[in-house]
Design a protein around this ligand. Sequence first.
Ligand code: UD1
Ligand code: CA
Length: 466
Amino acid sequence: MQGVGAIVLAAGEGKRMKSETPKVLHRIAGAPLIRHVLDAVAEAGVKEIIIVVGQKGELVQAVLGPGYQYAFQAEPRGTGDAVAKALPLLSSECREVLVLCGDTPLITAPTLLRLLEARRAAGAAVSLLTSRFADPRGYGRILRDEKNLVEAIIEESDATAAQKEIQEVNTGTYVFARQSLEDTVAALRPENKQGEYYLTDCIGFLRARQQSIAAVTAPPEETQGINTRQELAAAAALLRQRECLRLMEAGVTILDPATTYPDRGVEIGRDTIIYPFTFIEGKTKVGQGCLLGPAARLVDCTLGDSVGVQNSVVVACTVGDRCQIGPFAYLRPGSVLAEGVKVGDFVELKKTTVGAGSKIPHLSYVGDAVIGSGVNVGAGTITCNYDGVQKHVTRIEDGAFIGSNTNLVAPVTIGKGAATGAGSTITRNIPPDALGVERARQVVIPNWAKKKGKKQKEKKGKTDGI
Ligand code: UD1
Ligand code: CA
């Protein structure tokens, strides 16, 4: 959007969070608070974005990365002072300035566009976004005159008892004509209870100068600010519900949205069914007709169609169509399953490729392995991939059969169609179609039970005789 710049305030201390982490870096729905704000601004088409950071600003910069300009406010002397630090960075093309707080992550692009439009339509010096809160505590209140026009914003700490009754609050989101913002910010004084430069005072100044002020109202679900951990949890719940709604509208069944945790932007195909206590995180993409959960956690995964994942954790893996995972499997980063693979209960995979139709049904650890198609890995199989210094690869070729409780000491290759005997520790390669067995020959002692019984009786007799 031409001629529009945005200033996002993120230099406050966030004292009420009681945290070592800067407030705007606390996360909801998979992203730091401020990222949600920045994404809404970008989605509204605003390209020029200046973020005001303070102490620990380097942490914020490190997380957000390039693509933004940063202004530095050494001391948190108020929102007005923060804006003053950003103004010199605005480009000469910029005529309108969108100001937002980094701690209001629920804001949406359509609302920002409405706010921009309202100022232009009214030819106003500023348009401000307000909300009506059942419990307005902590927010600046909107003062209106008898004609219902906005006169000023009064902060909670400076408000009279009567003003505190007002439920219409300042959301901290505004669009200013650049000149009006520059003129009024320069006039701010820290004459209030908190001794801060309040950006909110600009509104009263503009009114005193007979400039017009437009106001747009948005629902509280979009404008809640986060100052405390309670508010963090409440905002996270709202964002989660919004994401669940988006997914349901796209054809996903969610049995219980209250206990389903999709990160913002995850992709899920239609007719996938999600059972409770399921977390779909990061850049996860799920195909159609899958069954997720109960209690599945997917992080940065790509799943094909008709995949089942029950009570399992899958991190940074690619899973083909019709795979079945769990219950109680753990797939660690770098694992790639072709179609129709089964990874069953109490199986851990790490950096392992599994070919089509192969099965690892129970109780196995398979790490750094390359498994072909049509392989069966018996219960209790372990790849001994680490010699204490280095990791080594285990190769199991197509159609091989790994007997239960096999130890595969890597590096080792099991050839196509080969087998291992149950309980073997395999240290040497097995050629195609061969059987590798490694175990002591079984000894059978005839009539052992009888002899044992006799011995025990004799022993008992002795003790009785005492
Ligand atoms: C602010 C508004 C209040 C509004 C509320 C909406 C002012 C004076 N008050 O109050 O009217 O109802 O937001 O959520 O503007 N910040 C800085 N530098 C500072 C102080 C703050 O960058 O010196 C940043 C913070 O990091 C935060 C934002 O500005 O992202 C708002 O600051 P905060 O202290 O949370 O203001 P509120 O008391 O919530
Ligand atoms: Ca706030």
